[in-house]
Design a protein around this ligand. Structure first.
Ligand code: ADP
Ligand code: MG
Length: 317
């Protein structure tokens, strides 16, 4: 199998959704967004051994790579539409490629997105996706810079599951069901697309949680010129993590990262409406703190005692 066989067999998906004029097989793809639509573009590289275990299920690897990118568009309030796939592969392994391709196809269906092109080379396993989304003519985007003192801080989903899976997967004694739940949280994160799209006009600032809540809320604070307080007792944890060591829980939930949930801020009077919209889309939504004047993220326990934030945010260099 040469490079072109690989592309033809595994990466050539006929586009199914509107807006694609030409995709796959020419020198570049052509998209025709509807009049007034604006393009929102993001890209993330995921390297085997660094962002995911290299021996992972290829279909799960496909899902995780796409969902990390989708998460960035969700954090902007945009609708994901199209993506390119630049992949380097150590070998032309037909079984691996078939499973990866099936995983990509399933994700395209699930998220209603189209693969429109890419690049394929030999090298260590690394996957770079560029995801394009759209905002309607009248939609405003969600910036990190819109938080104001007095706003509340909310997060979707539960925190820390993905990184807890990495820490716990080789531990003896964890029930199969719990392990399976954490496995899915790592490989199949669920950026809350429907909720954010429906609630966009009520959100003052948003950021996806890829580096851990403390670091990502820190990005909102820096962009907005404000500080934030997190109430550690309010951090949403999944049932399977309840009862574990407090220190580990706090580390996973605040500094673990890889959640691909959304941290958002909103005016207190909009919280009831946000809660209704979250319930409608089956999204867990939890108030975890508030925006305050200042510039730092601080964290308190249930008694109001300040807690030291765990070392936050993954640093590549
Ligand atoms: P070029 O010589 O212009 O770099 P390529 O040989 O890399 O073109 O790619 C040929 C066609 O196959 C292009 O349309 C490209 O978008 C598509 N393609 C290559 N790799 C992938 C991939 N991994 N996924 C989807 N499409 C791909
Ligand atoms: Mg190329």
């Amino acid at each position: 199998m040469n490079e072109f066989d690989i592309i033809e067999r595994y990466f050539r998906f006929p586009p199914r959704r509107p807006g694609v004029e030409l995709a796959g097989g020419d020198d570049a793809a052509i998209m025709a967004p509807a009049p007034g639509e604006r393009l929102v573009v993001t890209t993330d590289i995921l390297a085997a051994g660094r962002h995911f275990p290299a021996d992972g299920d290829p279909a799960a690897i496909a899902a995780r790579c796409l969902r990390c990118n989708i998460s960035d568009l969700v954090a902007m309030g945009a609708q994901p539409r199209w993506f390119t796939l630049a992949i380097s592969l150590p070998a032309a392994d037909a079984d691996w490629l078939a499973a990866f391709s099936r995983g990509l196809a399933a994700e395209c269906e699930h998220w209603q997105i189209d693969l429109i092109g890419g690049d394929t080379t030999k090298g260590e396993l690394s996957i770079a996706i560029q995801m394009l989304g759209t905002l309607g003519p009248d939609d405003s985007y969600l910036a990190r810079s819109g938080a104001r003192p007095g706003d509340v801080v909310l997060v979707t989903g539960s925190l820390g599951d993905a990184v807890a899976w990495l820490d716990l997967k080789d531990e003896a004694g964890l029930e199969a069901e719990a392990l399976d739940y954490l496995y899915r949280r790592f490989w199949y994160p669920q950026p809350p697309l429907a909720f954010v799209i429906s609630a966009s006009s009520l959100i003052s600032a948003a950021c996806d949680i890829s580096d851990g809540l403390a670091a990502d809320l820190g990005h909102i604070c820096k962009s907005s010129g404000v500080g934030a307080r997190i109430n550690a007792a309010e951090l949403p944890l999944s049932a399977v993590l309840q009862g574990r060591d407090e220190g580990a829980l706090r580390r996973w939930a605040l500094a673990g990262g890889d959640d691909y949930e959304i941290c958002l801020t909103a005016a207190p009077e909009d919280v009831d409406r946000l809660t209704e919209l979250a319930a409608k889309s089956g999204t867990r939504l939890t108030q975890v703190g508030e925006i305050v004047p200042g510039s730092a993220v601080s964290c308190y326990d249930a008694a109001g005692k300040p807690l030291t934030l765990p070392q936050s945010g993954y640093r590549h260099f």
